[in-house]
Ligand binder design. Structure first.
Ligand code: GDP
Ligand code: MG
Length: 162
């Protein structure tokens, strides 16, 4: 079986956009409206000659239990099923309560967790990424999934963590 990378995070942070970067094509559905991705979708990816599976998450309905509980469940599931977990946060927004709920779960992961600060489209936005140290998951890795900024280096890091 191939190594599994799970991409988790609250809606609209750019998970599907990042997954498309990872797989090199636009297969994962990107939407301005949150909640369009079905629960968990696996894609095959290839980087530096290594095959792996990347799982896009989202599309849960947080009505009954709330967003924090829904994301905590996704994080728990990722910890059980993935070899590497990528938590995506929107650096242009900063850490929200929902991001904190995910981070709190992932801090006790025995699998490697990579904290991605997304939407760092230019150098000026890097300050927003640094602020995410507060999530307690180590150094935030700044990328722009939309423009591809930093995504190759991120993939190197993900493969190193496998
Ligand atoms: P998901 O709900 O976490 O899967 O987020 P999506 O990948 O569907 O993206 C949500 C919105 O954020 C879309 O409008 C994307 O175009 C936008 N987006 C994603 N990545 C970036 C980025 O790096 N920079 C900017 N400016 N927008 C982004
Ligand atoms: Mg999505």
């Amino acid at each position: 079986p191939l190594p599994v990378v799970a991409v988790v995070g609250r809606p609209n942070v750019g998970k599907s956009t990042l997954v498309n970067r990872f797989i090199g094509r636009r297969a994962a559905v990107v939407q301005d409206v949150p909640g369009v991705t079905r629960d968990r979708i696996p894609y095959q990816a290839l980087w530096n000659g290594k095959n792996f599976t990347v799982v896009d998450t989202g599309g849960w309905e947080p009505k009954a239990t709330g967003m924090a509980a829904a994301i905590a469940r996704q994080a728990e599931y990722a910890m059980k099923t993935a070899d590497v977990i990528v938590l995506v946060v929107d650096a242009s927004v900063g850490a929200t309560e929902t991001d904190l709920a995910a981070a709190r779960v992932l801090r006790r992961s025995d699998r490697p967790v990579i904290l991605v600060a997304n939407k760092v489209d230019d150098e000026r936005s890097e300050a927003g990424a640094a602020e995410l140290w507060s999530l307690g998951l180590g150094e935030p890795f700044p990328v722009s999934a939309l423009h591809g900024r930093g995504s190759g280096d991120l993939l190197d890091l993900v493969l190193d963590a496998m």
